[in-house]
Design a protein around this ligand. Structure first.
Ligand SMILES: [Zn+2]
Length: 245
């Protein structure tokens, strides 16, 4: 499990359980109930005996803090079962009290972060059902709290829609890149196959092995000058380790 590259500031909290006992398949969005910077939020979670943390925090300025690595379980939603499978995010309020409004900058970074979490963890879609059965959950469904506040709670359908737009786009973006169909020789034994074109996509857990393979699509992505999709459907490889025949 990786962490988001959107992170601007890291302060790891001792208040967590290592490692989480379930694969990540949910996201739980919280509000800070205050207008804390990501540094102030990190300082609170860093305190021994505070018994609280989240995986990420987002400030009103849209900066992102990492407090508990994704591989570990944060103490955030008053539910061990939820926090073991969810990435938790605390978002600052730019209105203290009332509707607990959240800035547009923070909201748009939240959408970006959720899309990034879904991509890296193989979550195909955010499904907001309005209850615990979906994969986008709220703190107040697990404990008597108002978290995430009226404003952010009202934005959950919008957040799911925007995240899914980005996930759908990413897929069509690289599926529509076409024209490539050629053979390559791989000469190293341990070339990873990934679920998408970039090192920010998970590996499928096996290598191509040495041999000749057919590439049917190319796409730019992180970690290589170009990525190629295998005709077998197994996934994507870095073309830096493949010689065109
Ligand atoms: Zn909360």
């Amino acid at each position: 499990m990786s962490n988001s590259r959107l992170v601007n500031y890291t302060r790891l909290s001792p208040n967590c359980s290592k490692p989480r006992n379930h694969a990540i398949d949910k996201i739980t969005i919280h509000h800070m109930a205050g207008n804390l910077t990501i540094e102030q939020c990190g300082a609170i979670f860093a305190a021994d005996g505070r018994d609280a943390s989240s995986n990420y925090g987002i400030g009103t300025d849209g900066r992102v803090g990492l407090y508990v690595e994704e591989k570990d379980r944060s103490w955030c939603s008053s539910s061990s079962a939820n926090d073991n499978r969810a990435v938790t995010i605390e978002v600052a309020d730019d209105e203290v009290g009332g509707n607990w409004h959240v800035s547009d900058t923070a909201l748009s970074k939240l959408v970006e972060l959720c899309a990034d979490i879904c991509r890296r963890n193989g979550i195909p879609k955010l499904n907001f059902t309005g209850d615990k059965s979906g994969n986008l959950t709220m703190h107040k469904w697990f404990a008597p709290t108002a978290c995430p506040g009226p404003y952010l709670a009202s934005k959950f359908p919008y957040i799911a829609k925007e995240v899914n737009k980005r996930l759908g786009n990413a897929q069509t973006e690289y599926k529509s890149q076409n024209g490539a169909s050629y053979r390559v020789r791989v000469s190293i034994p341990d070339l990873n196959i990934r679920k998408g074109p970039g090192t920010d996509y998970e590996t499928i857990g096996r290598y191509t092995g040495k041999g000749v393979f057919t590439i049917v699509e190319e796409h730019v992505g992180s970690g290589a000058s170009m990525w190629g999709r295998l005709k077998s459907g197994a996934g994507w490889i870095s073309l830096d380790y493949a010689a065109k025949l």
